[in-house]
Design a binder for this molecule. Structure first.
Ligand SMILES: C[S@@+](CC[C@H](N)C(=O)[O-])C[C@H]1O[C@@H](n2cnc3c(N)ncnc32)[C@H](O)[C@@H]1O
Length: 184
């Protein structure tokens, strides 16, 4: 992003923080969320990234209750993406997967219950994706494994995002704790 794109991106994130969807999700976070759910600022950045890059096929690891899923799904709608899909991987079978997602956003949502490594071995993911969000285990080994795998699948000019970027690689561009890389 050049300076002016970066400035308008940051402005859009600030605007989202005061928007209607943010208020709705803040209430859902209070009512159903846990400490594992993505925070409000990171979620606003995620929404901004999805709106800017308009991905149609998205994969996230660490779906949990669906805070980040909600922002990806909402972002695709706000970006005018038709038939957007989000594949959301969660390893914990006892987790109320996707329960935070407002019903109107659920049509494009598909949960995959199991270890992301197992799905990789089974080649269960699409060959080409437009956005990858890593939010499963933040151990370096997992982040490295997932990014190596999904980077190959990312189309050019599309985006890889991670939460807890400060625990990852120092070259990540970051805002708060969320970080992202655009594939060129
Ligand atoms: C920080 S939480 C994700 C929060 C979620 N993105 C949100 O905003 O609501 C991390 C989740 O990753 C899941 N997880 C950890 N290791 C995993 C793996 N190997 N495969 C899939 N999910 C995993 C955990 O069970 C946990 O629910």
């Amino acid at each position: 992003m050049n300076d002016s794109e970066w400035k308008s991106f940051c402005q859009s994130v600030l605007d989202f923080l005061h928007g209607e969807f943010m208020r709705e999700m803040e209430e859902r976070l209070r009512a159903f969320g846990t400490k594992s759910s993505m925070g409000m600022f990171d979620s606003a950045v995620l929404l901004g990234l999805v709106k800017k890059f308009a991905p149609r096929v998205c994969v996230e690891t660490g779906g949990n209750l669906g805070m980040s899923s909600s922002f990806i799904l909402q972002g695709m709608i706000e970006a005018g993406v038709q038939d957007g899909r989000l594949l959301s991987v969660e390893v914990d079978p006892n987790c109320a997967v996707g329960s935070m997602i407002p019903d109107r956003l659920k049509p494009g949502y598909q949960s995959m219950i199991g270890d992301v490594k197992r799905f990789m071995k089974q080649k269960a993911f699409p060959d080409r994706i437009d956005l990858f969000l890593h939010d499963s285990s933040h151990r370096y080994k997992y982040q490295y494994l997932e990014f190596r795998y999904f980077w190959e699948k990312l189309k050019h000019d599309k985006i890889g995002v991670t939460d807890k970027a400060r625990t990852t690689h120092s070259e990540w561009g970051r805002l708060g704790t969320i970080g992202f890389m655009v594939k060129k």
